[in-house]
Design a protein around this ligand. Sequence first.
Ligand code: FES
Ligand code: FE2
Length: 368
Amino acid sequence: MTEMEQLLAATTANPAAGVALPFSAYREPEVFECEMERAFRGDWVAVCPAAQLPEAGDYVALSIGGEPVVVLRGRDGALRALSNVCRHRGTPILDEGCGRAGSLVCPYHAWAYADDGSFRGAPHTGNIEIDPVRHALPRFALEVWCGVVFVNVDGRAEPLAERLGDVARAIEVFGMERYDTAIGAFAPEVWRANWKLIYENGVESYHLFKVHKDTLEPVTSTRRAFYVLGDARAAITGGPIEGGTEHQFVVAVPPSFVATLTRDLFGWIAIHPEAPDRTRVVTGALVPRDVARWADRDRDAPDPLTQAFLEEDRLMCERGQQGMQSRHSRGGQLVELERIVGDFHQYLGARLFDQAPAPVHRERGVQP
Ligand code: FES
Ligand SMILES: [Fe+2]
């Protein structure tokens, strides 16, 4: 069997009784290329909170499935996702990262573009006329869902409001419009692990008691974690917050978005793969402006608890990637707490192989 056939076989399992994916899927370039085309350029990828780009010219430049993209707020107030590749000879225009740009001027020969991507001019062209229509920057689909900017490079993904209807209803009780203030800077970290290890680790609550013994487990324990709903499109799990009556949710939107939702924090990682064994991980967070815990703090500083447990996650994902090199071992049975990993495998089956996914599965609804 080829690597792709092995992966296909693993994604056909019943999500309630799945097995770990074949290790080759976490290291083989052929699998990675297919994932970049079908899951990352072909689907919605989370970027950052819209509130992190409040002013005209604020931008985030990044690579989505290998495609250089800039998300930019225009002078008209609109957010756009534009190609970050110059129409002259293909040089990236803005450096990756975030900042404020007065205009889009290529660093090579200074061809210039307006903040809606239209061509503005080129210096020293002699007698040659540059057709402005043919030389505009391509634009990509962009949507803001619960305050988070998502981009779909190929423009063919189903609208997020349709795809995430069940999820939106399940989290409505939190009052998502309350989370209006971005904290933390756009600061990608590079993790030495395949993106799927990071996604799978981000969604399952099985490892809390072991990996996050002193950070997350005392707040929300493995033992009391539960499943809310899910299918190939998205899934939610949850758990009571110790010492109170409130719950936290984990909201997972493959391939790139894993969020934790509590009454006073909507925080997430956005997963941006660079290579089979290398992934950029960007934290993002929105908080309600009226929550005392966030008053008077440095808005660019990340949440300390999030930093602490993400470091624990990074170490475990990088350790897991070492195991993916094995040709003499294979993954085993997923347990009940890993049903949400089974949902992700359904996603891969649907996205990469056009398989019909299992119907939405519901276990319980809770009040936050
Ligand atoms: S490549 Fe951008 S101006 Fe020449
Ligand atoms: Fe974790």
